[in-house]
Design a protein. Sequence first.
Length: 317
Amino acid sequence: MAVLQMKKITICALLTDQRQVLEFLQGAGVVEISHLEEPEGSTFQRPDTSARRQSCERDAWTAEQALEVLDQYAPEKTPLLSGLAGKPLASGEEFAALRENHRLVMEDVKQILEYSREIGENKAAIAKLETQIEALSPWLALDVSMQYSGTEKTVLFIGAAGAQTTLDSLYQAAAERAPSADVYIQLVGKDKDQVCAAVLCLREDAAQVEEALRASGFARPSQSFDQIPAVKKGELEGQIQQIRDEIRTTTEKLRAYGTSRENIRLLSDYCRMQAEKYQAQGNMLQSGKTILLTGFVPEPEEAKLLTRLNERFDLYA
């Protein structure tokens, strides 16, 4: 592959033609604008374009995020070999129209990302509710609230012990440490980590029984509800269904923005070009009436480029 020789060019143009000259050079696609040092004692100054460049880069990144969301929820239907054709080039008229509608397209971008955020938050909420349902699973046979503590004369201890705990071991622990207590124990359920139980005794025996249970590793559940577990599970499942309906509705709204894909893609390209333009402005110098820039162009393109520049602008190159 042949290596093209590059020629350095320097252009001095009117400040009023700055935007048009830079856009022409961008469109030509053959000039690499270089950083130009300020001559000592010169009236030329370097414009500070960093804020505008960063703003354009941020808008381009935001538009690209919206395109990724659309690819996920409203995939583009394209022919199998369409990727081999490359990306189609946008016309100047399309960019001009986008410049007029920039704000409207950006509003579409923000709405797409907002819908995506809502869906993400709802999915996280479902995961949290499903975790609560999973925690309730070993308690579903309990027919009172997990926070129920007994009656005027009795105390109910609701809790769990290690997975190897048996009904006999709980009765044995109570018998050893509270031999005079009348205790009733019911195993409610179990999972791989714990055995869940309800222990009923007279109020006057509660302190001894509680100490006996604690010594055997019995502890109150870390998470409990003021409802019967089966009822709470139904409530949580209802919340999940409601959130899934919200996700479905939001997803349909999001898919409707698939028709905005081309405008958003164009917006991304336009913002990238604007960022490059501001980068080029930051590399050049300007005085009160003129701009000065330098760059490199392939040697075969030099004469043609300079001719086209002189035909369009009042400049020195």
